[in-house]
Design a protein around this ligand. Structure first.
Ligand SMILES: Nc1ncnc2c1ncn2[C@@H]1O[C@H](COP(=O)(O)OP(=O)(O)OP(=O)(O)O)[C@@H](O)[C@H]1O
Ligand SMILES: [Mg+2]
Length: 450
């Protein structure tokens, strides 16, 4: 059901229009002033606006500006009095979808609004790949031309505008978070928050607090009420990353929240209602986790409504060169270098590499190569990918590679020792090594430490 906002100071007129929209299945919100209109718009959910221009506390153009300023822009139809055609034209120039002159047939207005909504949906669906879109939202551009990648994009396009729960599966570095953000930005909740929670990076005893917040006095040190991620994401999207690493007791709580849209803060009894879209991601096979008793089956089915599987980079090698060119351009701009081209040897190396770390590994390797490259062409010497895979100290290479391989090898040994010392307790190991928990996890991944 789509929600329409009607801003009209004449109450009888507002009522008549609202009945006409409701009889066609729309949900209608009405406001008689600019101020209330903007308040309703900022609360979210509204998909189209019909506004009068002359309002008691200001100009309907303010409503128009507000509706067009967010993302996605909300179509606005303005109603004008007979004889004020110049104002109507100005409104259209400012981005109004259309105008209608009073008096009018309500069915005519209905038609205009329906057409505006249809066009909006079409535009959204076409948007995911456009450059302006990414620049506008400040989210990374999405690259990929292989059939497998196009399949992923097709799924994104289909599900984004719905409220459906999405489960994104794929190896580390394949672009799960990127896809989650794209889905949020293509949805009608794009104006609301996207709140990401990395279930693996928050120590287990803190995660409940992070997700649900706490009441004042819930435990020693809880001097203030803390708002958790679920509350922050209200009306928006919550992204539960690495969901496969969530502890069992917390899985039960999560399931309850998803079923009832309700939870309590830690130490509280008051239920808090939320309305949000859930996107979860995992680099582990959740089916396997279920089979081995580490993941609740009921929670799995709750999340597995619309799965999107992102294939590893080695299974879509056509994407390697386009992605490489994209990252070359990105990093060259970042450090003000002329964009180098790729030599044929490099192309061969890139195409044949195993890419265990997927797109993230490719991105890191290109960044390093761009820093090292002074000429106009990237050469194999700028890449040390095959040597790096082994974490051995190399002695038959340019000096920077020798140094780098020595650092990697030493770090790897030190981390392994710290983990042995702490019997695998990563929070403690991070303390000993004086790095953040997140840094430690990244290094464990990068060096392939088990
Ligand atoms: N198709 C793509 N086009 C452009 N950039 C991409 C693409 N896929 C991934 N990237 C980039 O690669 C990096 C890794 O992607 P992302 O963080 O989304 O992966 P992930 O699957 O969440 O990884 P992890 O499991 O390690 O958290 C990001 O910087 C992302 O912007
Ligand atoms: Mg991720």
């Amino acid at each position: 059901m789509q929600t329409i906002l009607i801003v009209e100071d004449k109450k009888s007129m507002a009522e008549m229009l609202s009945k006409s929209f409701e009889s066609e299945g729309f949900t209608v919100k009405t406001s008689h002033t600019v101020k209330d209109g903007i308040a309703l718009l900022s609360a979210g959910d509204i998909e189209a606006v019909v506004t009068d221009l002359k309002l008691p506390d200001g100009d309907g153009m303010e409503i128009l500006k507000f509706a067009k300023g967010g993302f996605p822009p909300i179509p606005v139809v303005v109603m004008t009095a007979y004889g004020s055609i110049e104002i109507a034209v100005r409104a259209v120039k400012e981005g109004a979808y259309d105008f209608i002159t009073k008096p009018f047939d309500p069915d005519h207005l209905l038609l205009i609004v329906k057409r505006a909504l249809e066009e909006k949906t079409l535009r959204m669906e076409n948007l995911v790949l456009k450059k302006e879109f990414h620049r506008f939202l400040k989210i990374p551009e999405i690259i990929g031309t292989s059939e497998k990648w196009k399949g992923v994009e097709e799924k994104v396009r289909r599900v984004a505008t719905l409220k459906t729960t999405v489960l994104i599966l794929g190896e580390s570095g394949t672009g799960k978070e990127l896809i989650a953000r794209a889905i949020h930005h293509l949805s009608p909740r794009a104006n609301m928050s996207f709140v990401a929670v990395n279930c693996a990076a928050i120590p287990k005893d803190l995660i409940e607090n992070e997700l649900f917040g706490h009441e004042k006095g819930a435990f020693t040190g809880a001097n203030e009420v803390k708002i958790g991620k679920f509350e922050m994401a209200n009306k928006g999207t919550i992204f539960l990353d690495e969901i496969g690493d969530m502890a069992m007791p917390l899985q039960s709580r999560l399931l309850r929240v998803l079923q009832e849209n309700e939870f309590e803060r830690v130490g509280g009894t008051k239920s808090i209602r939320t309305e949000l879209r859930v996107i979860a991601a995992s680099n582990k096979s959740l089916e396997k986790e279920v089979a081995e008793g580490r993941f609740r089956e009921d929670l799995f089915y709750r999340l597995d409504v619309f799965p999107i599987l992102i294939p590893p980079l080695r299974e879509r090698r056509e994407d390697i060169i386009p992605l490489s060119r994209h990252f070359i351009s990105l990093f060259s701009k970042e450090i003000n270098k002329r964009e180098p081209s790729i030599s044929q040897d490099v192309e061969k190396i890139l195409l044949n590499h195993e890419w265990k770390g997927n797109v993230r590994e490719l991105k890191n390797i290109i960044e390093r190569a761009i820093i090292l490259c002074d000429g106009e062409t990237l050469m194999p010497g700028h890449f040390n990918i095959n040597r790096m895979a082994h974490n051995r100290i190399v002695l038959d290479a340019p000096l920077h590679e020798v140094a780098e391989s020595a650092v990697r090898s030493a770090e790897k040994t030190r981390i392994e020792n710290a983990l042995r010392e702490t019997h695998g307790n990563k929070s403690r190991a991070a303390e000993i090594l004086k790095v953040s928990y997140k840094t430690l996890l990244n290094k464990i991944k990068e060096y392939g430490i088990s």
